[in-house]
Design a protein around this ligand. Structure first.
Ligand code: ZN
Ligand code: ZN
Length: 379
């Protein structure tokens, strides 16, 4: 398969300016970023293709070699070939998607005050029920955040006007003055370092360029999520300023405690009260789970504290790696009130029961009555 033309990939003309190339690449990177297209192989390819094209076309030397000789001019290690796998660690290199944009340093310029700035990240604390954590849920969120003012498109200037170059600092945003041998630069007080002043502010945002809004978005909470885990919603933070990209929204999840189940990782634990006769004789125990009741056979002579595993009835793993187990721990239930007949039966039973014994197998001579054993222990 022949390689696609780099200009074609970026969707720009051969005479495109650096700015046009940058913005074309930003759009593609946003659209095809692997974090936004999980599991989508085509998107991943498109993302790498765009990154490769951008790496060549944004570099003056490589671009001119490419213009003259095509792919042959820039392929091979000698000519500074581009390894798409170098971008496999994209997230690590760039920190996050937002960092890609508006960061002059990264693209060879210097960031200036008042230049494009990435919007702030937001945090939202979300409480969900234990059951919702089990099934996963979609929940609407009301996010108060700063958005770009539509009236002035974020410039802060009234309709028909635009911000003017600051006369005080001539647009540099800095005020320089001599202090001894040193020249000290300070942000210009007139334009507060932006280099521009707004003569007639936009009425909608009073010149701020931004407006506080409540925004409704839906967060998909995956099954198996646990307290303290967070979801990152790309681009749902505050809007950037002066055309900068938006920040991200972090949804920090808090899962309510359950009355019956305790959670440990993906496993669940519960205590099951069982009557003395059932423990002694063996029988069935109904164990409630988050997905219907389970019936468990318990053998005759089951002791309090015995643990029974119900396989696969714990929490689903949040990363999709299987499901935890449920452990039912047996407790003895003792009735608080009994009838006269029950009392009689229990007294009959008590008379026939052997002394409480510990250690050794019954009848092998090593067992002793419990109180004698205790005396041994205390000397
Ligand atoms: Zn405005
Ligand atoms: Zn100024």
């Amino acid at each position: 398969m022949s390689k696609r033309d780099y200009y074609e990939i970026l969707g720009v003309g051969r005479d495109a300016t650096d700015q046009q190339i940058k913005s074309a690449y930003r759009k593609l990177a946003l659209k095809y970023h692997p974090d936004r297209n999980p599991g989508d192989h085509k998107a991943e390819e498109a993302f790498k293709e765009a990154a490769e094209a951008y790496a060549i076309i944004s570099d003056t030397d490589k671009r001119s070699a490419y213009d003259r000789f095509g792919h042959a001019g820039v392929s091979g290690a000698g000519a500074g070939g581009f390894d798409p796998n170098a971008f496999a660690g994209f997230e690590d290199i760039f920190g996050n998607l937002g960092d890609l944009f508006g960061f002059g340093e990264m693209f060879g310029g210097r960031r200036r005050r008042g230049g494009p700035q990435r919007g702030a990240d937001l945090r939202y604390d979300l409480e969900i029920s234990f059951e919702e954590a089990f099934t996963g849920t979609e929940t609407p969120l009301q996010i108060p955040r700063e958005e770009t003012c539509e009236t002035c498109s974020g410039s802060g200037a009234a309709a028909g006007t635009s911000p003017e170059t600051c006369g005080h600092c001539r647009g540099t945003g800095q005020q320089r003055f001599q202090q001894g041998f040193l020249t000290v630069a300070r942000p210009c007080p007139t334009c507060r370092g932006t280099g521009r002043v707004i003569a007639k502010p936009c009425q909608a945002c009073r010149g701020a360029g931004r407006i506080g809004r409540e925004r409704k978005i839906t967060a998909k909470i995956p099954a198996g999520i646990a307290t303290g885990q967070r979801l990152r919603l790309y681009g749902e933070g505050e809007h950037g300023s002066a055309g900068g990209p938006p920040g991200d929204l972090y949804v920090v999840v808090h899962v309510q405690e359950h009355q019956f189940f305790q959670r440990d990782g993906d496993d669940l634990y519960c205590e099951m009260p069982v009557s003395f006769p059932t423990l002694a004789l063996g029988g069935e125990m109904h164990v409630p789970t988050l997905a219907g009741d389970e019936e468990i056979r318990i053998p005759a002579g089951t002791q309090p504290g015995a643990r029974f595993k119900v396989k696969g009835k714990g929490m689903p793993n949040v990363s999709g790696r299987g499901t935890g187990d449920l452990f039912a721990i047996v407790r003895v239930s003792v009735p608080k009130k009994i009838t006269r007949e029950q009392k009689h039966l229990l007294e009959e039973l008590a008379r026939t029961l052997p002394e409480e014994r510990i250690d050794g197998a019954p009848g092998d001579g090593t067992e002793k009555p419990f109180f004698e054993k205790v005396k041994d222990i205390f000397g």
